[in-house]
Design a protein around this ligand. Structure first.
Ligand code: NAD
Length: 378
């Protein structure tokens, strides 16, 4: 017997569209799932726009006040797809209303806020997850399998970048609907919370906890006009951040993120070097995992470029035939599928709020280290 799961979506921008697509597609490709997401209501502040979104994407209704949506009795799960400064208040209200909560990353503006969110969902006993979707790109999931099988042996190095170039122009404003990411009041931080948080989540998942960090942060453009007030204001976010760290397993980590790497749009890369093997992955070529195995015969030893399309590879039995690729949006469909399967079996869906709090703690430590120019312990 299938069971409806009535979704209330708050925010209908980039992630609102990506998540809605995931809810719409998931049961077609994961027909074994008992739970079936229903697009019950979407919330945005502009009535005309949110109504148009609801009609275009197939939501049964719309709201212009998120508190109204949270209070509705015909909603089972609330999905938070709004700027970072709203995550905490909404998530706590959702938990208090006894509803499940799926929250976009970063979990919170800081660890203290994230801890309150964890307490709220744990006290309420509601299912919760944070959308660190890159774990569920099949090539990254395969990397996890290889690490867990011990194929890499002792791990020495973890290296990860997330590079963009969209804020180089000095006339890009801060704040407002399109550029809230540049406004520290809405975003909390710059590339650390926005981009490095992804790298850190994947790193902790693949390589374990981080012990300490030493970071440098930079704000290249010190003042920008605010999109709403039109006043020139100082910029509070980090435009670029690089940090090194020690992992608990003894390996060394090196991370870099910037929005000033001309030519790079969303170059998320990771590389892990172990005693026996190395793996490398690149978001711009997301269906490939590069793998070097020192155990190969020396006359054919070299980097393999594994095309992740075989049915034996993570999630790929759900999609097309070998040789044909899937895309970015599928990582979100996979997260919804796992969330629904876990609801059925009574398991948490990783990363839970509590797990995402560890990433938040590393982000906070990185920002502290950057401003104090000193090592910070976790
Ligand atoms: N997992 C990922 O890879 C990923 C990618 C992009 C963004 N994100 C995260 O998703 C969240 C949203 O980012 P986005 O890119 O979708 O932003 P966006 O600017 O495209 O959309 C934000 C939405 O929030 C709405 N909104 C703002 N204030 C609101 C309020 N008070 N009440 C109701 N709606 C409100 C806006 O109208 C808009 O629809 C952020 O936390 C961001 O960090 C995650």
């Amino acid at each position: 017997m299938s069971q409806p799961l009535r979704i209330g979506m708050i925010g209908y921008g980039f992630m609102g569209r990506v998540h809605t697509n995931a809810y719409k597609r998931v049961n077609d490709f994961f027909p074994e799932l008992k739970y079936r997401p229903i697009l019950q209501a979407v919330c945005g502040r502009d009535e005309t726009k949110v109504k148009a979104f609801a009609e275009q994407w197939g939501y049964a209704s719309h709201e212009t006040d998120w508190q109204q949506l949270v209070a509705r009795e015909d909603i089972d799960a609330v999905d938070i797809c709004v700027p970072n400064n709203l995550h905490k208040e909404i998530a706590i209200a959702v938990a208090k209303a006894g509803k499940m909560v799926l929250c976009e990353k970063p979990l919170a503006m800081d660890v203290a806020g994230g801890e309150e969110m964890c307490q709220a969902v744990e006290d309420a006993g509601v299912a919760n997850t944070v959308w660190y979707n890159y774990r569920r790109i099949p090539a990254v999931s395969l990397a996890k399998q290889l690490v867990d099988e011990g194929k890499l042996g002792r791990i020495y190095h973890y290296r990860s970048n997330f590079l963009q170039d969209w804020t180089i122009a000095t006339d890009v404003p801060q704040g407002g609907a399109a550029t809230w990411r540049l406004d520290s009041a809405a975003a909390g931080s710059g590339v650390t919370g926005d981009l490095l948080a992804h790298c850190i989540d994947t790193a902790i998942w693949l390589n374990g906890s981080i012990k300490d960090v030493s970071a440098m942060t930079e704000t290249f453009v010190k003042e920008r006009m605010h999109a709403e007030t039109k006043k020139v204001e100082s910029v509070g976010i980090d435009d670029a951040c690089a940090f090194m760290c020690h992992f608990e397993n003894g390996s060394l980590g090196l991370f870099e993120s910037t929005r000033y790497a001309r030519g790079h749009k969303a170059l998320y890369t990771l590389e892990i070097n172990g005693a026996n093997a190395s793996i490398r992955w690149d978001l711009h070529d997301l269906n490939r995992l590069e793998y070097f195995d020192h155990a190969d015969d020396s006359n054919v030893r070299g980097w393999r470029s594994i095309h992740i399309t075989e049915g034996e590879m993570p999630y790929m039995d759900k999609w097309w035939v070998p040789g044909l690729s899937i895309g970015y949006e599928h990582s979100f469909i996979h997260q919804v599928a796992d969330f629904l399967a876990n609801l059925e079996s009574g398991q948490p869906t990783s990363p839970t709020f509590r797990e995402a709090l560890e990433t938040q703690a590393v982000c906070d430590a990185v920002l502290k280290s950057g401003s104090e120019r000193a090592w910070v312990n976790l």
